[in-house]
Design a protein around this ligand. Structure first.
Ligand code: FES
Length: 315
């Protein structure tokens, strides 16, 4: 059952090792109900037992409403969310989820060229599962540090070497992006997901037509020159809070609404996206498109500020 804030409980029914440092989690409704539909590219917010919130792309079969599957890379230099998942006996326990939400949709195209780096395979796997049921041509070029570190090789190998190419760096070197793109059919939609260096290299080659999803933040730096205090009205309660320089809207809102969800707090994950009902936000995230920014319908309150003296938010 879904709470008013879009959260629902989910039972962890299976954890499976998918590669060195990568496990997948199967999440089901605790009462066995069908889960809401999702489209390839979508992700879930997962609230862990510690309270930390993290986003994971759905990588199971979009046609299977009995479970969501996510995969988690243990990131030693991360903020602890992945280590908590790897180190906690979660099978049989409930977690809180929100979503799925999709910021990386599979657009209609005559062909697809997918380039995945490491754990960036997860959203692309859901896309391939969907495409495999039809007859649109696609290829996947999947890079990683080494074969044992690359998740879902067994599933992917079933689609055959003509479609799926494994390119472990310790055997074949860096991904040959120029060759890959030159071999893509004319008109192919090009999708990539992986570390920031891969996305930058793909953006340089493909430009604005690239479909991509970042896994780590490259948010705009904080502006030390913020000098203005502004007000935020929380429309659902009528509370009005003041946001001084040096504090984020999220920080201030949390004082009165501790349940507001966040994760990256750097403007790249979308967890704190909030509807703007009035006022003019100043967007500082790296998620919204130029068109989204002009519409001003939502904002990321972990980094965004206000251009007007007051913002009214749907909180
Ligand atoms: S918490 Fe990630 S965008 Fe705000």
């Amino acid at each position: 059952m879904t709470a008013a804030n879009g959260e629902r409980r989910a039972l962890v029914t299976q954890i499976r090792r998918e590669a060195d440092g990568v496990v997948s989690l199967r999440l089901e409704d605790p009462d066995g109900a069908a889960l809401p539909e999702w489209e390839p590219g979508a992700h879930l917010d997962l609230r862990l037992p510690s309270g930390a919130v993290r986003q994971y792309s759905l990588c199971g079969d979009p046609a299977d409403a009995s479970a969501y599957t996510v995969a988690v890379l243990r990131e030693e230099a991360g903020r602890g969310g992945s280590a908590e998942i790897h180190d906690t006996a979660l099978v049989g326990r409930e977690v809180t989820i929100r979503g799925p939400r999709n910021r990386f949709p599979l657009v209609p195209a005559p062909a697809y060229c997918f380039v995945a780096g490491g754990i960036g395979i997860t959203p692309i796997l859901g896309m391939i599962r969907r495409l495999a049921a039809g007859d649109v041509p696609w290829t996947l070029h999947y890079g990683g540090r080494s074969l044992p570190s690359m998740a879902f090789r067994d599933v992917l190998a079933e689609w055959g070497a003509g479609r799926v190419e494994f390119l472990p760096e310790d055997e074949t070197g860096r991904l040959p992006l120029d060759e890959i793109l030159a071999a893509a059919p004319a008109g192919a939609a090009v999708y990539t997901c992986g570390p920031p260096g891969l996305i930058r290299a793909m953006e340089q080659r493909v430009g604005a037509a690239l479909h991509f999803e970042r896994f780590t933040g490259e948010a705009q730096p904080e502006n030390d020159e913020d000098t203005e205090t502004f007000e935020v009205e929380l429309a659902r309660s009528g509370d009005i809070v003041r946001v001084p320089p040096g504090e984020s809207i999220l920080d201030v809102v949390r004082a009165v609404r501790p349940e507001v969800m966040s994760s990256c707090e750097e403007g790249f994950c979308g967890t704190c996206e909030t509807k703007v009902l009035a006022g003019v936000p100043e967007h500082r995230d790296t998620i919204l498109t130029a068109a989204d920014r002009e519409r001003n319908a939502t904002m990321m309150i972990c980094v965004g500020r206000s251009r007007s003296p007051r913002l009214v938010l749907d909180l």
